[in-house]
Design a protein around this ligand. Structure first.
Ligand code: NAD
Length: 350
């Protein structure tokens, strides 16, 4: 093995696709997946690669500074791709402290461990921090987030991610730590946890439950297929300029209501139901406090500097996603029992 890369949060939604991409594409890298296996982490997401000789798993919590340092000392990673996070905005509104602990303190613990084992000899080393476009705040009807857009987070989730981004840059500016950052738009795809809009709606259509849409449904998000995000991370990790950040997106904006209607249309076709059946489940619910109207990414830099281009359109990616959920109903049933069910009941039915 000519390189060891430690990927945090590899049992989660995006992390599992990044781990798979790296394990399959780079047989000469040793890929270590470090994850605490919270409610959002699921090793089932990696069943197809768990036996590969270049893959291993370490269960650890990034808030535990001494354990993290010990793991870094033992495995001596050349690179870190950091995705572990508390990631759900609604949960951040009910329990912000958990977001500070994992997203801020956890990130600083990883930066300290990398700095310690690399000891200012940064040749061939890289810390890639994976972040979100939500750090930039909200847009009006026009405009796009560029890499130079001023940070303006509104939710405890985006505030914690913004803080972690600042720490990553501060370690570059202060200690010279070799870093890159990516700020990506909303992801969707296989293995997506059903507290998020698209898998939640797929689950509820299958179970003929209401499809909860916040406010008037006009909130606009920019969507990227998760495997295309994993490919962008691979590209930036290997070719991104030291100290730089890259916005990742597919120039693909949808208002929530239009997205859910497209999803209902595809679900009716795939389930052999009469057109319009699923759309009758659409239910408008009380808005989330501090809800940002619109996010949209300007991905010109990654497109032009690194030649990045998403591989699928939204309609194609959505179709692949629905097919995956229909073929993996057991996965969906497993994650929608237990702790998640209690959470769902208090959010939408309490
Ligand atoms: P996720 O919630 O599906 O997965 C997070 C993973 O981190 C889980 O496997 C969980 O077990 C692990 N984790 C949580 N706390 C931990 C801790 N204290 N120690 C170790 N592991 C811990 O999240 P996701 O949607 O895959 O997002 C991954 C990253 O990408 C996050 O940093 C998120 O901010 C960012 N991001 C997400 C999106 C999106 O649309 N989902 C978009 C842009 C950026």
């Amino acid at each position: 093995m000519n390189k060891t890369i430690l990927i945090t949060g590899g049992a989660g939604f995006i992390g599992s696709h990044v781990v798979r991409e790296f394990v399959n594409k780079y047989p000469d890298y040793h890929i270590i997946n470090l994850d605490a296996l919270t409610y959002a982490g699921n090793l089932e997401n990696l069943k197809d690669i768990e036996e590969k000789p270049n893959y291993s798993f370490v269960k650890a919590d990034i808030t535990d500074a001494s354990l993290i340092l010990q793991i870094f000392q033992e495995h001596q990673p050349d690179g870190v791709i950091h995705l572990a996070a508390e990631s759900h905005v609604d949960r951040s509104i009910t329990n912000p402290t958990a977001f500070v602990m994992t997203n801020v303190i956890g990130t600083v613990n990883l930066l300290n461990a990398a700095k310690e084992i690399w000891k200012d000899n940064y040749e061939g080393k890289r810390f890639h921090h994976v972040s979100t476009d939500e750090v930039f705040g909200a847009l009006g009807d026009t405009g796009l987030f560029t890499e130079d857009t001023k940070y303006d987070p509104h939710s405890p989730y985006s505030a914690s991610k913004a803080s972690s981004d600042h720490f990553v840059r501060a370690y570059h500016d202060t200690y010279g730590l070799p870093i890159v950052l990516t700020n990506c738009s909303n992801n969707y795809g296989p293995n997506h946890f059903p507290e998020k809009l698209i898998p939640l709606c797929i689950h509820n259509i299958l179970n003929e439950k209401p499809l909860p849409i916040y406010g008037d449904g006009k909130y606009t998000r920019d969507w990227l297929f998760v495997i295309d995000h994993a490919k962008a991370i691979d590209m930036v990790y290997h070719q991104g300029k030291n100290g730089d950040s890259y916005n990742v997106g597919g120039f693909n904006e949808w208002q929530n209501i239009d997205l859910v209607k497209e999803l209902c249309k595809q679900m009716d076709e795939k389930l052999g139901r009469a057109a319009g059946t699923s759309a009758t489940l659409i239910t408008f619910v009380k808005d989330r406090p501090g809800h940002d109207l619109r996010y949209a990414i300007d991905a010109t830099k990654i497109n032009e500097e690194l030649g990045y281009k998403p591989s699928v359109t939204f309609e194609q990616g959505l179709s692949i996603t629905i097919d995956w959920f229909l073929e993996n109903e057991e996965w969906l049933n497993n994650v929608t029992s237990g702790e998640y069910k209690n959470y769902y009941d208090t959010q939408y039915e309490g």
